[in-house]
Unconditional design. Structure first.
Lengths: 673, 366
């Protein structure tokens, strides 16, 4: 009851602060800004917040808060558009949504998927805020109970979702996850700074690859290329089936799933240091485990959208706990948000809860309110926007190429971004073609750094505790939380392996000749072997163990797969190859010719800079590939370039410069950075 | 909504954009009135570090103080331990005064240690402002009982410290503790000092340090609750270059005092000189603002004057005390002097540290 007597007056105060016309106007303004930024993959909240920060200084605090919170709150909502409609995971918050959301769009049920996603987001956001209102008062000791062993266990729990998403051959799933883990170790090691699979002469690699690029390369590019080859609309028969009302009722029918996933979101979000990357997969794994008919996952199961979407907005709420109580931002946008808070005269930390509880609640409930406004708007917009899926894909493709290239470039502002995007995209195409689990790869990649750092750090601290006494050490490693997480992980792996066969996260893949899958497997094995020796050559033990272990496990899996390939007949699932039969094989356009278009855009960008390259690319593509009239072509080109210039201009972003810009100084938007 | 945004939007009609934009650039070239411009303040770190806080503190104040009140936007360009952003800035030539760069101790250290990624040269840049800071080491209450101004009773303790890496600013505390004879095992690979503090709060680490502003925000409340006890500050430099008590923490002994009191710790000789050199490089002139190479005198004067105006604000002492601590905010010759002391360390100090990093942590900078 103590809780209530502290919370209620401050809560009332907070509501009277928020529910003023001026505050609400700023909140809606923030929401609108956030929505327009968020629909572009890869930009996210950082760009949006940096844009408003100069104006926040000197604003009335509650209005400033409303503006910033409105903006941050809707980013994980609005990036759902890209992931459902185009298969582009816009941020870590929408990785898992792609798995079922995009297949639904391909079935012509984009509006249904979107509205179900937004309804879940809205609910998750509200439930998260409600939970937080009380939790934030008692959160500190609970958050502090999550030390490194606990965080490591959560990371492992996230990794255990690979079991469910491994595909038809568990070994292949393991190899795919190991590949993700290894790609995640590329660059300078966090612990000792040793270089892994990179060199100082290619500075780009020393920082490792960014999630935006890997996510787009693994998921979006293969799908875009595949659709482009088939030369049709995203929605298979260019129609929109089930409407948005259906989506909302889907959510209502799965309300308990939505509640459970929201709670998962809040709880994982509360733990600092994990970020949002695990939440999605844990929620997705939970959804799969609790669904009795699992056959639909990966090919358009609406529950696969509702689960992760309920969790990711709730996670934003949960993420406020470490941000506000400890002053440790869970994400880049939260970090800028803290900067904005300081501009308004508030400092995050325990004193914010004790002295300014009303302000804390203003943040929490502005977040909830922004969720309602944002998701509500999105639901209303979704039938209209879903029509994009009925347009012939060749018309959309240049815009998509433009967007993903621009988004990729925002991650490092280097030409290396474009090279990396293409390389990872190529890898994604092969993973998809030969039915290697792409979700498993992504889970591995996303959790790689955490898995390595947490295990090493926890080990080091445990050793020091053991030196103080065996009981101290054991108590540290086997805390009650660790044991509970361990049990959940074991159950989830056992259940996962049993069920994995019935879940085809990539749909049914035909089998064909032996040669192509064998060559790909050999290439992958070679990569693993090279990684192993590269890691073994590192002198610092701390930086060596993790990649060496993973590369070893991966090589063994590959060798076992190779043995199976030699023994099995060519009808075996191990020889899955989309080019052997089915949609891809029968596509009117070849893989390489289609991919070449994308390559042309990237090469032209590196020569002439992005905008000039875009102009040439748009005209050539629309004339030659899409066969549009000159008038149409020029109109669309101008439209596309105006759109991207408007985006970049208002967000103060740069375009990739090319060789030309190194010699000639050109004005914005033609020039470089 | 600034004029720049509008002019930028005006260029959107693509057909005309080249011509329009050219004319805008031409107008922009003369003088250093920044009316209607957007100043980009490039920070070579991510959004969550101390440099972000520092630049977010200064940006709006600078915007008000610059002639023409331009919008000042902080732009983050993290990568390769800040060397990426610094290398980028090195290639910049002065254009119209709308690009400034904020460096930090973590940019200075790789430069001093001869990191192979460093392709920048501080001498080419034009410093317009330098901010000092300090640092405080602190202990959990049970261990603090054994600390009575000297570290003699702490030598048997196994200390754990969450560190970002031995070649970063963490070099200063790690070397200091080693000089005191403490057995500190760094757990490398944490993402920021905030995470180090969290490890301390969770009882996983039992020694930590924070820069002043983070100490004021994050640790001072813990001290009040009795969950942490300050051990010592790194101190601050007086006009003659001597280490004296930190004005922000006048009640705390400096490392120098503790070292003097502790058996086996020397405040002279090679090791001490090396520590002092890197302390000076990392703290009293930790963060600096630069104009790119080729900046004309009037641009440097404009920015210097603007920062002086910021520092002369009647409320500056009050607002900066909480967010930056009470440290010298230097401009003009003072800033140049700070730059010199921060970017020149004696060859012996450098050699000592490089060798120590290699022997103690196996770190080599190839």
């Amino acid at each position: 009851m103590d809780l209530l007597t502290t919370a209620l007056p401050a809560l009332g105060e907070a509501f009277s602060l928020i529910l003023q016309p001026q505050q609400l106007t700023f909140l809606v303004l923030g929401v609108l800004l956030g929505l327009s930024v968020g629909v572009f993959p890869g930009l996210g909240g950082i760009a949006g917040l940096s844009l408003v920060l100069p104006f926040v200084y000197g604003m009335e605090p509650v209005s400033g808060l409303a503006l910033m919170v409105g903006l941050v709150a809707v980013i994980p909502t609005s990036d759902t558009f890209a992931s459902v409609l185009m298969g582009i995971p816009g941020s870590s918050a929408s990785q898992a949504t792609v798995l079922d959301g995009f297949p639904l769009a391909k079935k012509g049920e984009a509006a249904r998927a979107l509205s179900a996603a937004f309804a879940s987001s809205l609910f998750g956001g509200l439930l998260g805020a409600f939970f937080l209102t009380f939790f934030i008062l008692i959160a500190r000791p609970i958050v502090l109970a999550f030390g490194l062993p606990e965080m490591l266990m959560i990371t492992i729990l996230g990794l255990s979702m690979v079991a469910i998403l491994a595909g038809r051959l568990p070994l292949k799933g393991v190899a795919a996850a190991c590949m993700g883990l290894l790609v995640g170790t590329i660059g300078e090691a966090d612990a000792g700074g040793s270089l892994r699979m990179s060199t100082y002469s290619i500075p780009y690699l020393t920082d490792g690859l960014q999630l935006v690029i890997v996510g787009m390369g693994i998921f979006a590019i293969p799908e875009i290329i595949s659709l482009l080859r088939q030369d049709r609309a995203i929605s298979r028969d260019a129609t929109l089936g089930a409407g948005w009302l259906k989506g909302v009722s889907d959510w209502w029918n799965n309300i308990w799933l939505s509640i459970r996933c929201s709670l998962i979101g809040v709880i994982v979000g509360v733990i600092p240091g994990l970020g949002g990357s695990v939440v999605d997969w844990i929620a997705y794994g939970h959804t799969v485990q609790t669904t009795s008919d699992k056959s639909g996952f990966g090919s358009g199961e609406i529950r696969g959208v509702i689960g992760p979407e309920s969790s990711n907005n709730a996670k934003e709420g949960g993420g406020l706990v470490p941000t506000l109580i400890f002053g440790i931002p869970g994400s880049g946008s939260m970090a800028i948000f803290l900067g904005g808070l300081a501009l308004l005269g508030y400092d995050a930390g325990p004193q914010l809860i004790t002295n300014d509880l009303d302000i804390t609640y203003t943040v929490v409930w502005s977040l909830a309110l922004a969720n309602v406004v944002g998701a509500g708007l999105c639901i209303l917009l979704s039938p209209g926007i879903a029509r994009l899926t009925t347009i012939r894909f060749t018309m959309l493709a240049p815009f998509l190429f433009m967007m993903i290239t621009f988004a990729a470039f925002q991650s490092r502002q280097s030409l290396g971004d474009l090279v990396a995007l293409f390389a990872i995209g190529l890898l994604g195409i092969f993973l998809r073609r030969f039915d290697w689990s792409r979700p498993a790869f992504l889970i591995g990649f996303v959790l790689s750094t955490q898995a390595e750092n947490f295990s090493f750090q926890a080990y080091q601290i445990a050793m020091s505790k053991f030196r103080r006494g065996a009981d101290v050490g054991l108590e540290y490693i086997f805390s009650p939380i660790v044991i509970v997480l361990l049990i959940i992980t074991v159950i989830s792996i056992i259940v996962g392996i049993r069920q994995a066969k019935s879940i085809m996260s990539e749909g049914d893949v035909p089998v064909g000749a032996k040669r192509a899958p064998l060559i790909f497997l050999l290439c992958v094995t070679v990569y693993f072997v090279i990684s192993y020796f590269d890691a073994a050559a590192i002198t610092m033990q701390t930086d060596r163990i993790f990649p060496m272990t993973i590369a070893f496990v991966a090589t063994v899996s590959c060798l076992l797969l190779l043995i199976r390939m030699f023994l099995a007949p060519k009808e075996d699932v191990i020889f899955a190859d989309r080019e052997a039969a089915g949609e891809d094989a029968e596509a009117p356009q070849g893989l390489w010719r289609t991919l070449a278009w994308f390559a042309v855009l990237l090469i032209l960008s590196s020569l002439l800079g992005f905008i000039l390259a875009l102009a040439i690319f748009f005209v050539a593509f629309l004339r030659i590939r899409a066969g549009r009239t000159w008038a149409r072509t020029l109109l669309l080109t101008a439209g596309g370039i105006a759109l991207i210039c408007f985006m970049a201009g208002s967000l103060n972003r740069d375009f990739p410069p090319g060789l030309l810009q190194a010699f000639v100084e050109l004005p914005w938007p033609l020039g470089g950075i | 909504m600034s004029i720049t945004k509008i002019t930028r939007w005006a260029t959107l009609g693509l057909a005309a954009s080249a011509a329009v934009a050219f004319s805008i650039q031409a107008v922009a070239a003369d003088g250093i009135d920044l009316k209607g411009k957007t100043v980009e303040w490039v920070i070579p770190f991510s959004e969550s570090g101390g440099s972000a806080k520092w630049s977010h503190f200064y940006a709006p104040l600078l915007s008000e103080a610059l002639p023409g009140k331009p919008t000042v936007v902080v732009k983050f360009m993290p990568g390769a331990g800040s060397t990426k952003g610094a290398n980028w800035f090195q290639k910049r030539k002065y254009k119209n005064g709308t690009t400034i760069f904020g460096s930090s101790g973590s940019t200075q250290f790789p430069y001093l240690l001869g990191d192979p990624r460093v392709k920048y040269e501080y001498k080419d840049w034009n410093v317009v402002m330098a901010s000092g800071t300090g640092g405080v080491a602190y202990l959990p209450p049970d261990l603090a009982k054994k600390f009575d101004g000297d570290a003699d009773d702490l030598k048997d303790i196994n200390f754990i410290y969450g560190s970002q890496g031995a070649t970063r600013l963490d070099l200063v505390p790690l070397l200091a503790w080693e000089m005191l004879g403490l057995k500190v095992e760094p757990v490398f690979g944490i993402k920021g000092r905030g995470d180090g503090r969290l490890m301390f709060e969770r009882g996983e680490a039992n020694i930590d340090y924070q820069t002043s502003s983070s100490y004021l925000k994050g640790v001072a409340p813990l001290v009040k609750e009795g969950k942490a006890v300050p051990m010592m500050s790194w101190g601050s430099l007086d006009a003659d270059g001597n280490i004296v008590r930190d004005p922000t923490f006048p009640d705390m002994p400096t490392f120098k005092e503790v070292c003097d009191a502790t058996a086996g710790c020397e405040t002279k000789g090679e090791q001490w000189e090396a520590w002092k050199a890197f302390f000076i490089a990392g703290f009293p002139a930790q963060k600096m603002v630069f104009l790119p190479q080729g900046a004309p005198a009037e641009a440097i004067a404009t920015y210097t004057k603007a920062f002086q105006a910021v520092h002369a604000r009647s409320d500056f002492a009050e607002i900066s005390a909480v967010r930056l601590g009470k440290y010298p905010q230097m401009t003009g010759d003072m800033a140049t002097g700070a730059l010199n002391s921060a970017t020149n360390v004696p060859a012996e100090a450098k050699a000592f540290v490089l060798n120590w990093l290699k022997e103690r942590y196996g770190v080599t900078l190839k």
